[in-house]
Design a protein around this ligand. Structure first.
Ligand code: 1GP
Length: 254
């Protein structure tokens, strides 16, 4: 079974999946094994690994340390072409479709493609959209692109439909790490209703209740990064996992 198939089966069996984002620059090497083990026990469905910047030169060993301590998929969520490791299970091959910066639409993909192919990594083609976050996020600044306005679900939907027609496998609605406000439910709903691709939602989600609302609106996968860095105890992560898994049941009932 490919990692993509595994993720789809998680969505089918649990209604929605809960991903924890680990930013290589913020990982404490000593705490990492226990964090990964506890998060796995608490019900996390996959780990995403990546960041807008890479300030340290130990990406491979970080991935290895995560892999050694979990049975769930470890998927690279790359902020740049340096973030490739054959030790991961897959890589989200991102196209920043909400922006109009050619470097993030095709330039970086061309640079990364030969290395990704050589690595043997499974690729999951993902239409990545930045959504207005109430502040300038690292992703917005580093990509030099303008996010989609929060009050324009129709614009976000048109991008998601384009991703589907082009043949991408997922869309990722991201307010960006540390966003002041998360992706609006109205936008998630519009995409979930009219686009058949699985929708990953992340950025600025701080409480299990907020996570539940995103899933009830139709998110297939929910991502937290910052909040799990700050509160990485098992009970807190478990609350998020339960909110995501029960929120999806609410969604199915509607
Ligand atoms: C960012 O969606 C992720 O790309 C997670 O965001 O760090 O704000 O949870 P947070």
């Amino acid at each position: 079974m490919t990692t993509y198939e595994r993720l789809i089966s998680i969505r089918r069996d649990r209604g929605a999946g809960y991903f924890v984002l680990l930013d290589p620059d913020k990982l404490d090497k000593k705490q990492l094994p226990s964090l990964v083990r506890e998060a796995t026990e608490a019900g996390v469905d996959a780990f995403l690994v990546g960041g807008s910047l890479l300030l340290r030169n130990d990406f491979d060993s970080q991935i290895q340390a995560i892999k050694e301590n979990t049975s769930v998929p470890v998927v690279i969520f790359p902020g740049g072409v340096m973030q490739v490791s054959s030790l991961a299970d897959a890589i989200l091959f991102l196209i920043l479709i909400s922006g109009r910066n050619p470097e993030y639409l095709i330039g970086n993909q061309v640079i990364a493609a030969p290395i990704v192919r050589q690595s043997g990594l499974e690729t999951i083609s993902t239409g990545y959209m930045l959504i207005e976050a109430g502040k300038t996020t690292s992703a917005e600044f580093m990509s030099n692109t303008k996010p989609i306005p929060r009050d324009k679900p129709d614009i976000a939907l048109a991008h998601a439909l384009a991703a589907e027609i082009i043949g991408m496998k997922m869309v990722y609605l991201d307010a960006g790490s540390g966003a002041e406000v998360s992706v609006p439910e109205e936008m998630i709903e519009a995409i979930a209703r009219h686009c058949s691709l699985p929708v990953i939602v992340g950025g600025g989600i701080r409480t299990p209740e907020e996570a539940r609302r995103k899933v009830e609106a139709g998110a297939s996968f929910l991502v937290t990064g910052t909040i799990t860095e700050l509160n990485n105890h098992r009970s807190f992560i478990r609350e998020f996992a339960e909110a995501v898994h029960t929120g999806s049941k609410q969604h199915q009932r509607l």
